[in-house]
Design a protein. Sequence first.
Length: 305
Amino acid sequence: MKRVAVLCGGDGRERDVSLRSGKAVADALCEAGWEAFTVDLTRLEDADNLKGLGIDGAFIAMHGDWGEGGQLQARLGGLGIPYTGSGPHASALAMDKWEAQRFFERAGIPVPKSIFIPKNYDEVVSRLGKNIVVKPCGGGSTVGVTIIDELTPQNLNTALELARESYAGPVMAEEYIAGREITCAVWENNGKTEALPVIEIKPHEGYYDYVNKYTKGATEYIVPAEIPDDIAKMIGDYAVKAHEALGCRAYSRSDFRLTPDGRAYILEVNTAPGMTATSLVPKAARAVGVSMSEFVSAIMAMAKV
């Protein structure tokens, strides 16, 4: 396998980020000796054209919607094209934050208290309190997410409307976990799923929203996170468990909140995490001496139909 199409773009809110991920991945694969080029997919149906490009496999650098949520994976499988990352079922499951949380709970990984399709203000206050997060069950990059410090009927309705407008599909609310923003990537290395170093994310202003994620210099990343070894190991173990609980393959990245007293709560798993200059997985890999080109080459070598 040498000739690789790096699939990126899409038609959703994360299109620009995906294009940047695609370029970074293609450049790194070329550096590692692959014949790699980007393909901007604006429709799922355009994947059918890949058969005429003479490729040996595809690297999925899509974010959100049909590119990350299982539909593209199923299409490539049907075409017989090996692709990177998780299969259709795990991809769809990880994209559904509500359903994924049920799998995390069964695996013994702590999750925030949450409500599926919150109906009214009184229900939310009685179950979650007044400091909450409202978000779409699908999508990523914190698009459509609202953190509410002091809940009112008005700001709840505004947050629900934003979440619904951002992504088609259901919405959820969950208790806000005060603490530190933590993430941990895992990869399958020599047949074993291993956690990469835990990263702490510290935006200079506000919270880790779309702007802070993708604006260079807006956020400080501490790799490895300055936390006790036993807590770092606990988070790494949770990330491995989450990867396995959803049936992910090759690599994934799990996001957590870490409370001041050392409790970690998982928020979600990303099966096609960002691979831009500011992205977290390449930072974690570099912390253990694995360059971007080495990492994406290893992921590409694990591509399957």
